[in-house]
Each structure stands twice: as C-alpha cells, then as structure tokens.
Design a protein around this ligand. Structure first.
Ligand code: GCU
Length: 415
C-alpha cells in the first residue's frame, strides 16, 4: 500500500497505528491525530489543548525524560558587553547562566554576537556547541570554558581542559561573520557546561545539583535541552533581541536537543535539525541507519532509562518522530540531511517531516506534497516546513547555513 499522509488503515491495540508499506520495509507509525482516548483531532484547539500535550508527555516518559527544573533556580547575569567586537561588525555579550540548588551552583557561559549594521531588535539563531564557545571563532575575548571539554582526536587533542590553542578550531562550522552580514545574531553555549557527554561524567554538570532520585528517569539530552531553554529565558529579556524571531538549531546529537527544546518550548519561532538522525528527526520504525539498540549501547546516558526497553522493539514505542516534529507546529520546522550520512537515515528524516504535515494542514498551511525524497541540493519549502538533502557527509556546512538563513528570511517575511 502506498504511504499517504492521511492514514487509511487503523488498528486498535494499545494505540492506533496507520500502516505504511515502503518497497524496502513495512512498518506502521502511531497515529498523529488520534488521542490516547481514541478521539479524532480535527481542530487546532484540540491539537493544542489535548493531543500536543499528550505527545509531549509520551516523549518525556518513553524517550527523553523530564528535567526536574522546579528543584533549581536559574539566574543569568550579563558579565561583559563589547559594542566594537569583530572589528566593529558585532556587539559581543557574555552572559553567565547560574544554575542554583541548595547543594551548589553550576555555571554556563552564553556567548552572543549581534550584527551592528542592522536595526534593533535583531533576530537570533541559538544553538549548542560541542567543544566550547571559544572554538567557534578565533576571537580572543571569548572566555575559555571552565568545565569538562571533550577530547576529539580528529581535530585537536584537548586534555579535558580548554586552552588558547583550541580557539577557533571549529570555525568551519560557524560562519559567524556571514550570519551577521545576513542580519542575524548568533547565541551559543557549550553543551559540556551543562552535562559532560560521557556516560560516567554526565551527572557532573547541572545534574550534580540534584538528589539522585530526582534525575534517575532522565538523561543528558534533557540537560542540554534545559540549557537551551535557560538561554532562551535570557534572550527574551534582552531588548537588543527580537524575542519573536528566535531560531533554535543544532547539529547531530545537538540537533536532537534542539528539536526537543523546540517541541517543549513554544517561544522558539523556528526549529532546525541538522543531520540529527536517530532520536532526532529520523523515523525509528524504518530501522535504517542507527537504531534504538545501537544508540543506547553507544550512548547509554543520552535518553531516559525507559527508552532502553525499546531496544530492537521500535514497533512498541508509543511515539515516532513524525509526532516529535509535529509537536513543533504551528511554528516553523526545517530538517537538513546529508546524502552520505546514512547513519542518520536521510529519507527517514524527510518522512518524519512529511508525516508531520496533517497538523500543519489543520492550521491551513501548505505542506510538502511528495513522499519522494527531494532532489539533492534543492531545498524544499512548503508553508512552515522546510527540508534539504545536500551532497556530502555528516557535517554542518556552508550550504546548510545558507539554507537555514534563507528559510529564516522567508519565514519571518511571510508569517
Ligand atoms: C554518533 C551517533 C549519532 C549522533 C552523532 C553526532 O554518530 O551515533 O546519533 O547524532 O554521533 O552527534 O555526531
């Protein structure tokens, strides 16, 4: 049977499923617009008040866990501002985000560049970085991270401590000047400040503030996501920034966190996933590329412990990633894939976006009309959804950035 966006066959055991057969695989995906109590959702009010909330709860319980935010307080302080950064092109702000509990305080630095040539308030892209704020640009005034920095032999051997030698080593993925020239600001924080990406150490970041029992049902992605939300708490208070035009983005595992932040937090206007793959934009049930058992084996600390019970049991998971992308609706969502990034299952990433469309249709927006994977290097934009598959492998390239900036221009001019 040909997959359709409107499921035609519904089975009812546990939840409702629509059956899709692909030439290469047969699978059924959970019903997007049928509530837990089997009610059909046909209007946006019921989507917002009921089904979206149910979906978020299902993801919290079964996949990402809940971050126990009520047990800590967060205070952010602007610690420096230079209106003449990057040879006068930018205003650079450094904000310390303090996570405070009765036990201790953990700090993370938020780095912001805003374009000086455009009028205030400016739209901003917010994303986490892998190796420290100082690695995104050679700018000597970016403070070095104080906490754990992960090793990466591919680029540089860090000794778990950041040094001046690693300034700008990841600049190839962060075209800061270009983003500023396009009229956007950029805000970033180091994911290792929030939860070190290591199964033995991930509880040494903000999780060290909690009692063990408060965090035993969650994982590192939930902590990275909370970091994005606390950065957002600051961004919306800064009068130089347009709080209605904040895009959250992320590459790979940080794309998973960006999507989860976008799903949870309706203040993000656009949500961008770059090569986020398994546990990000890709449909679990296709079982192409990385699967649940593999990701849980390699990265046992990323997801909620409950998620491990779905190893090799994709079909028993009560959600799939079309529901994840749909929970961003009616805001903008853009998925970027790469042709050679088969581990991330580019077609599965596209299908999630495609199968999320019924929710955008409830709102009356145009949606992607083909289940076929779009042509390489030709971004597809329909209504509030965007997708591209570019030539090349797992990376965040200039083409990806250009496409995201173009989508943001289109989106903010249209909606
Ligand atoms: C690994 C992992 C992916 C992840 C990627 C990354 O390849 O298996 O799930 O997205 O790392 O974060 O770079």
């Amino acid at each position: 049977m040909k997959p359709t966006k409107t499921p035609t066959l519904i089975l009812s055991f546990f939840a409702s499923f629509a059956i899709y057969c692909q030439s290469e695989n047969t699978y059924s995906i959970p019903e997007l617009l049928t509530s837990n109590s089997k009610e059909q959702i046909t209007i946006t009010k019921d989507w917002e008040r009921k089904r979206r909330k149910e979906i978020i709860e299902l993801f919290k319980t079964n996949v990402y866990g809940s971050f126990p935010k009520q047990e800590i307080t967060v205070k952010s302080n602007l610690i420096s501002e230079d209106k003449n950064a990057l040879c006068g092109k930018a205003t650079r702000k450094i904000i310390t985000i303090n996570f405070i509990s009765k036990k201790d305080t953990v700090r993370a630095d938020l780095l912001i560049y805003l374009p000086n040539q455009t009028k205030i308030p400016r739209p901003v892209f917010l994303g986490l970085n892998f190796f420290g704020n100082h690695t995104i640009h050679p700018d000597k005034n970016i403070p070095l991270p104080k906490g754990f920095v992960k090793n990466n032999a591919e680029f540089f051997i860090f000794d778990n401590t950041a040094t001046n030698k690693s300034r700008g080593v990841r600049a190839n993925r962060w075209p800061v000047e270009h983003i500023l020239e396009r009229g956007y600001g950029l805000a970033t924080l180091h994911y290792g400040d929030l939860a070190p990406d290591n199964p033995e150490k991930y509880q040494e970041g903000i999780y060290s503030l909690f009692k063990n029992e408060s965090i035993d049902q969650t994982g590192a992605i939930a902590a990275w996501t909370f970091g994005l939300q606390t950065a957002m708490d600051y961004l919306v208070t800064d009068s130089d920034i347009d709080s209605e035009k904040i895009t959250v983005f992320g590459h790979s595992r940080l794309g998973k966190a960006a999507l989860w932040a976008g799903a949870l937090d309706e203040r993000f206007s656009i949500v961008i996933s770059n090569d986020s793959g398994c546990g990000g934009a890709a449909l679990f049930r296709r079982k192409k590329g990385e699967d649940i058992a593999e990701i849980n084996k390699l990265f046992p600390h990323w997801f909620a412990p409950n998620f491990h019970q779905f190893n090799k049991k994709e079909n028993e998971l009560p959600v799939d990633q079309h529901m994840f992308l749909a929970s961003i609706a009616p805001r903008g969502v853009y998925v970027g894939s790469a042709e050679r990034d088969l581990n991330a299952d580019p077609y599965g990433e596209y299908l999630s976006l495609y199968y999320a469309s019924p929710v955008y249709e409830l709102y009356g927006y145009d949606t992607p009309q083909t289940e076929n994977l779009p042509t390489i290097n030709k971004p597809l934009i329909s209504g509030k959804q965007g997708y591209h598959i570019r030539a090349g492998g797992h990376d965040m390239s200039r083409f990806d950035w250009e496409s995201y900036l173009n989508f943001a221009d289109y989106y903010f001019n249209t909606y």
